[in-house]
Design a protein around this ligand. Structure first.
Ligand code: NAD
Length: 357
């Protein structure tokens, strides 16, 4: 019997190369906006100015900082109030989108998001704010952008290394969505298609960052990954990475890239239906081999030891992760299992598809 509850978040998605300016103007008219705050990093000012030139009453705001410090958010909120802003437009990666969300959270002003990385924040109703080096996150429908405008022309400048890191992070959203706490068949369908698109797109981007098809598949896959993940929630992979990032200050993207194959190898034998769908999506005989091949093609990070993770803290890390293992994880997870997984990730072992429950 198939029973599930799924909530689809309401959002328009406009996708097309070279069409961001036209799509934005159409959205501004549709939303009847008259005072627009265009949020972009200072380094992206040229692009923001070009977009703003086509709009009525657009002000560029460029005080964007990683992980949305509270003081940055408060400054942006004051700016929005002082100028009677009625539409927020973010252009950039998760940091620019995140700042727009922080303003929307306290004001309810709608957001049109124009993403230029594969982080996926544009497709979620999750906000994040950092105060005294601690990041707080929450869920609020006011921060979900009303419209997302995807334009691969804006992604050609994203360096290959950042593209790969960001794309693998999106892939991790897909894999975790297959067995995360609120997963349902709709999330799994989107996650599977996301894996197919990302594993087709990323090698093409790695070979040639101007490959249009590769950029399109990667951006499309990143959107699907975010939609699936925001509905399904965090599975074992994200819980492990969250603990490692917080307790040992490990770099976000590299930690995800290293941990993912180990979690997949551990869980896949206990979730054969999900594993089979992922294998098909990777175009491989099994999911673990498919992910290993993709990682090889992308020259992905292999060992936590390379990023300052100390072998001596493995048992302690396993104890920190244990209480946050999601209840519905398809395979029992004990401290020894976690320590073994972390040791393999620390050493940079290539996981095989033979890890049996
Ligand atoms: P980012 O926005 O900080 O961008 C990373 C770097 O890439 C920056 O230096 C930026 O200048 C550069 N960049 C972005 N687009 C570029 C382009 N097209 N060409 C050249 N350079 C470009 O980082 P990110 O990885 O996009 O996002 C990470 C942030 O987003 C984190 O704070 C994370 O917590 C948050 N996030 C939130 C959600 C959510 O649902 N709320 C989801 C995913 C990520």
């Amino acid at each position: 019997m198939l029973t599930f509850t799924h909530r689809t978040l309401g959002q328009r998605v406009l996708f097309g190369e070279g069409q961001a300016a036209d799509h934005l103007l159409a959205e501004v008219n549709r939303l009847d906006a008259h005072a627009i705050m265009l949020i972009a990093e200072a380094t992206d000012r040229t692009r923001a100015t070009q977009l703003a030139a086509r709009l009525p009453q657009a002000l560029i705001y460029d005080r964007v900082a990683p992980h949305v410090p509270l003081e940055t958010a408060e400054h942006a909120r004051r700016f929005a109030a002082e100028h009677g802003i009625d539409l927020l437009v973010s252009i950039g990666g998760g940091s620019a989108t995140g700042l727009a969300k922080a303003v929307a959270l306290s004001t309810g002003i709608p957001i049109v998001a124009i993403p230029t990385t594969y982080a996926g924040s544009e497709a979620t109703n999750v906000w994040g704010l950092t105060e005294n080096a601690r990041k707080t996150t929450g869920v609020d429908d006011r921060v979900l952008p009303v419209t997302v405008i995807y334009d691969v022309a804006l992604t050609y400048t994203l360096p290959v290394e950042l593209s790969v890191a960001s794309g693998l992070n999106a892939l991790a959203h897909c894999v975790d969505s297959m067995w995360a706490p609120r997963t349902d068949p709709i999330d799994q369908a989107m996650a599977t298609e996301g894996i197919r698109a990302l594993s087709a797109g990323l090698p093409a981007v790695k070979k040639d960052p101007h490959d249009r098809g590769g950029r399109e598949q990667t951006l499309y896959g990143a959107y699907l990954s975010a939609v699936a993940f925001s509905s399904a929630g965090s599975g074992l992979h994200h819980k492990i990475c969250h603990v490692l990032g917080g307790a040992y200050n490990l770099p976000h993207a590299q930690t995800h890239a290293v941990i993912l194959p180990h979690v997949l190898a551990y869980l896949a034998p206990a979730a054969p239906a999900a594993a089979e769908r992922m294998a098909t999506a990777f175009g491989s005989s099994d999911a673990v081999t498919g992910l290993n091949r993709l990682r090889e093609a992308l020259d992905a990070p292999v060992a936590l030891a390379d990023y300052g993770f100390d072998e001596a803290v493995i048992d302690e890390a396993a104890q920190l992760i244990l209480p946050v293992v999601p209840e519905n994880t398809p395979r029992d997870v004990g401290a020894d299992d976690l320590a073994q997984l972390l040791r393999a990730a620390w050493a940079g072992d290539t996981p095989t598809s033979e890890v049996q429950p």
